[in-house]
Design a protein around this ligand. Structure first.
Ligand code: PXG
Length: 466
């Protein structure tokens, strides 16, 4: 039995939900008209909705339930810690064992020798921390004017004022007066859509050099940091050309700019390495984490910080920053258990050696579908770019996202959660997914593509732009 039984019939739940609940990134009219899909249970990679349908969760919740649903060890870790100490804070020179243990453990597993941790409750909050931290870092060294953060168009760094400002999502900037001052955006390494006739490697180098140009225009003495996701997640699983990151790293080094790797999605095994930074040879000064840190079981985020940065912050006295729930003991206990399971069950190694290569093979076969311009993976992230004209990587004449939305709806109807970003379909299943479940995921995706292609052909939408 579910611990929170679903007593109300689905239509009543949907009506109450539409009447009182403002949903993130959801069209209210569509919600009122059709109602939300109500999810009531989870087990492994499978969800059950209020109508009893079993759904394959190709998105691990929202890129977070890396160990799958219903993991008893995580449940027990939370219950144990709640009985012991449900809450205490980490302000004003106090601490508690779960926060101490988690900080030490993160320092052990962190990439690039990052030795210090500042806790938040989400990726957005951790990125807000990062903005204040890097500005404070330079100001503490007598360089308050070194305050600009360079980020990228179509990046996702969260939904708070700071996170959404760092992000490069135009529809988010259009609401609420964003970005905040002192944030500058450059182009993304999105070869498929923007690379034109260039090779991916040429294009990757060109986009990296936009960072150098921006630093030149703003002045290195005014740039605090560059922030980027090793692989853009919410932007549409955009895997950069191999030439991109080495060039970016060299530019940050040459101009004394801090490098922040936002690993909220790519951290904790998603790419087949513990860190996307390791996969792409990045040596970050700060890493943003959240999501997979607790396998999504409780909200927790963290900034992992290099010793040379932490040293300056410590020498500057009090860092006037913190969240009530920074290092929350129950969330920290669940995160510790998540890391223990990842290690003991060698889950990252299994992704690297077994499931990521298998997904690459199975997902890659979708590239032969007439609607698919590219089918790529990085670890256990996958993307297919939908196109009416494979040879030209063409966009659809219909408004961007029209076809992607159809595909998402069709996928839902086939009991597979795939997300659409514009006309790209993306997946990021739990890291514990089995090979047979990967087969099932790809089979449902192919059925979906066939059905969508039929509909597009019928409706005269298989037409390229321009
Ligand atoms: N950085 C990155 C790289 C993210 O992907 C955040 C920061 C913010 O984390 P919080 O925990 O504040 O949400 C994210 C979050 C989607 C989707 O549909 C992606 C995210 C969140 C919600 C939806 O792809 N990423």
């Amino acid at each position: 039995m579910s611990p929170i039984p679903n007593h109300l019939p689905t239509p009543e739940l949907q009506a109450l939900d539409a009447a009182h609940h403002i949903h993130p990134f959801t069209d209210a009219a569509a919600l009122a008209a059709r109602g939300a899909r109500v999810i009531v249970r989870g087990e492994g990679v499978w969800l059950t909705d209020s109508e009893g349908r079993r759904i394959l969760d190709g998105m691990a919740g929202l890129w977070c339930v890396n160990l799958g649903y219903g993991n008893e060890r995580l449940v027990e870790a939370a219950a144990r810690q709640m009985r012991e100490l449900a809450f205490y804070n980490t302000f004003f020179q106090t601490t508690h064992p779960p926060a101490v243990a988690l900080a030490a453990k993160l320092a052990e597993v962190a990439p690039a020798g990052l030795s210090h941790v500042f806790f938040a409750n989400s990726g957005s909050e951790a990125n807000d921390t990062n903005i204040r931290l890097v500005r404070h870092f330079w100001a503490a060294q007598g360089k308050p004017e070194k305050h600009v953060l360079i980020a990228r168009k179509n990046a996702y760094h969260g939904s708070t004022m700071g996170g959404a400002s760092l992000g490069g999502m135009a529809p988010m900037h259009a609401q609420g007066g964003l970005p905040i001052p002192g944030i500058h955006h450059i182009g993304q390494p999105h070869w498929y859509s923007e690379g034109g006739e260039m090779t991916p490697e040429e294009f990757g180098r060109m986009r990296a050099r936009e960072l150098e140009q921006a630093i030149g225009e703003i002045g290195a003495d005014r740039v605090a940091a560059f922030i980027a996701e090793p692989v853009q997640g919410a932007g549409g699983v955009i895997i950069p050309p191999e030439s991109y990151w080495p060039e970016v790293q060299a530019i940050c080094d040459a101009h004394d700019i801090l490098l922040i790797a936002d690993e909220v999605v790519t951290g904790f095994g998603r790419t087949g390495e513990w860190w996307g930074s390791q996969r792409f040879g990045i040596r970050p000064d700060i890493v943003t984490t959240a999501k997979g840190l607790s396998s999504g079981y409780l909200p927790i985020g963290a900034s992992l910080i290099a010793p040379h940065v932490a040293g300056v912050i410590a020498a500057a006295g009090e860092f006037n920053h913190g969240y009530t729930y920074s290092g929350h003991p129950v969330a920290a206990a669940v995160a510790l258990e998540t890391l223990a399971i990842l290690e003991e069950e060698r889950i990252v190694e299994r992704v690297r050696a077994v499931t990521a290569p298998y997904l690459a093979q199975v997902w890659g076969r979708l590239a032969d579908h007439p609607l698919v311009g590219a089918a790529e993976t990085c670890g256990l992230m996958g993307v297919i770019a939908l196109t009416p004209d494979k040879a030209r990587r063409a966009a659809f004449a219909a408004e961007e996202g029209t076809v992607g939305l159809r595909c998402r709806e069709q996928s839902f109807a086939n009991d597979l959660v795939m997300r659409h970003v514009g006309d790209r379909m993306i997946i990021a299943p739990p890291l514990v997914i089995a090979e047979a479940e990967i087969d099932e995921l790809a089979a449902r995706a192919r059925t979906t593509l066939d059905q969508v292609l039929d509909g597009l052909t019928r409706d005269g939408l298989m037409v390229a732009k321009g």
